[in-house]
Design a protein. Structure first.
Length: 419
């Protein structure tokens, strides 16, 4: 469910005609619906009613300050994967004790930053990282709360690029080594074992992999208890999928039910790290048709947004529905919707059946609220798009479009050039 719907021929975001925003802001721009963001967060959180839980929104899906602030105000926590995301989270007002820190490659300065901030816990992804955190905590005179990110070796049945919980993946620590890790952690002076963590992949559209992971984690918790290592927090990670095309992922309550049933009589506190399921369908990318072109074997629709703005089609061959902002009665064509970037892999859609369009028409690339803007780049020196949020009949630019000046920011000519 989202709030990008047609009234008559015109696409609205909540109560604002999308075309009006395009006229004021220019294209391309990301457009988010406040009502959708709000609803998605609450539906997800409330699915776990009856359990003590903390929904730590996964910042990397969309790190705009307005979006972070909204989830903070709804009582959410934050899952971060870098010092930059920690900065953004604190800047948006998240209390450190609602922040968990994942990621396979934490740097010393990032670890120190998180220790000094006093976050809820580190999700530790290797034994070396565990020892480093202990060492840094010692130097800074802190105790470091940790969970070990266990790789439960379940197949999430998703795109290989976004599965993370298989033995061959770089993430987490396999169950056997994790037990060793907990033994070590338990003896390290400056480490406090508080939790266990997993995150098995992204865009998961079946319930089974989550249940399997939960079962594996609970087995581990039992083993650890027998060893005298108590676990307070169980972190199930993120990964619940959304409908891009014709997928039918479990609804949040269906995803939550086995977890709630399994944990309601335990003292464990639940942590979740949803990203995509909260923000994915709350955002669209509005782009303008620059040109039409008929090749020998293909029709092309050339737009002013490309892989620099939305990387997912190029990176994962991801499908995003593309809709006209103003519906027309044109004949159907089959076309590649391509961007302005000088790469053959710069496409938003391939062989897409769609109503014909012409120069100046506006298109909405759907379901781009997650991993859209955050993956965008300045390739080909294209300024990053603006981001806009609508609430009811109001809209606000939550990130201004970059200027050309922004493109050269921080660059300098070495004095030894002598020119
Ligand atoms: C990316 C990520 C998430 C969020 O994944 P979604 O599929 O967007 O829900 C959660 N936890 C960790 C550790 C991640 O890396």
């Amino acid at each position: 469910m989202h709030h990008f719907i047609y009234r008559d021929k015109n696409m609205y975001c909540e109560d604002v005609p999308v075309q009006n925003i395009a006229e004021e802001v220019g294209t391309p721009f990301y457009l988010y619906s406040y009502a959708t963001l709000n609803r998605h967060f609450l539906i997800f959180d409330e699915a776990f009613n009856g359990l003590t839980r903390l929904v730590c929104y996964s910042a990397k899906a969309n790190t705009n300050q307005a979006i972070l602030k909204l989830f903070e105000s709804l009582g959410g926590g934050l899952d971060i994967v870098s010092g930059g995301e920690l900065y953004r989270g604190l800047h948006a007002g998240f209390s450190p004790d609602r922040i968990v820190y994942s990621g396979v490659g934490k740097r010393i300065d990032e670890i120190d930053y998180a220790l000094e901030t006093g976050i809820l816990m580190f999700n530790v992804e290797s034994i070396e990282e565990l020892r480093l955190i202990d060492e840094r905590a010692g130097l800074l005179n802190r105790r470091a709360p940790i969970a070990i990110r266990v790789n439960p070796d379940v197949d999430p049945k998703t795109h290989p690029y976004i599965s993370t919980g298989l033995e061959k993946n770089k993430f987490g620590i396999d169950a056997q080594t994790a037990i060793e890790g907990y033994k070590i952690a338990n003896e390290l002076q400056n480490i406090e074992v508080v939790g266990i963590d997993c995150h098995i992949g992204s865009q998961i559209t079946e319930a089974e992999p989550f249940n399997e992971a939960l079962g594996n984690l609970k087995d581990l918790i039992h083993k650890l208890e027998k060893m005298g290592i108590g676990i307070e927090y169980l972190n199930m990670g993120g990964g619940l999928g959304i409908t891009y095309d014709d997928e039918s992922p479990p609804q949040p309550h269906e995803y939550a039910k086995p977890i709630v049933d399994s944990l309601k009589n335990s003292k464990l506190q639940l942590i979740l790290e949803p990203g995509r399921v909260i923000v994915g369908n709350a955002g669209v990318l509005i782009t303008k048709v620059l040109f039409r072109k008929s090749g020998k074997v293909k029709e092309f629709v050339i737009t002013d947004a490309g892989m620099n703005d939305l990387m997912r089609p190029t990176l994962y061959k991801a499908f995003h529905d593309i809709k006209p902002v103003v519906k027309n009665e044109n004949r159907q064509i089959v076309a590649d919707v391509v961007g302005p970037i000088c790469e053959s892999s710069d496409f938003l859609a391939v062989d897409r059946r769609m109503p014909d369009v012409e120069r100046g028409d506006l298109l909405a690339v759907m379901s781009v609220g997650a991993y859209g803007f955050t993956m965008s780049s300045n390739y080909n020196s294209r300024p990053k798009a603006a981001e806009v949020m609508v609430k009811g009949d109001q809209f606000h630019v939550i990130k201004t479009r970059q200027s050309y000046k922004d493109l050269v920011e921080g660059e300098s000519i070495p004095p030894f050039f002598d020119v």
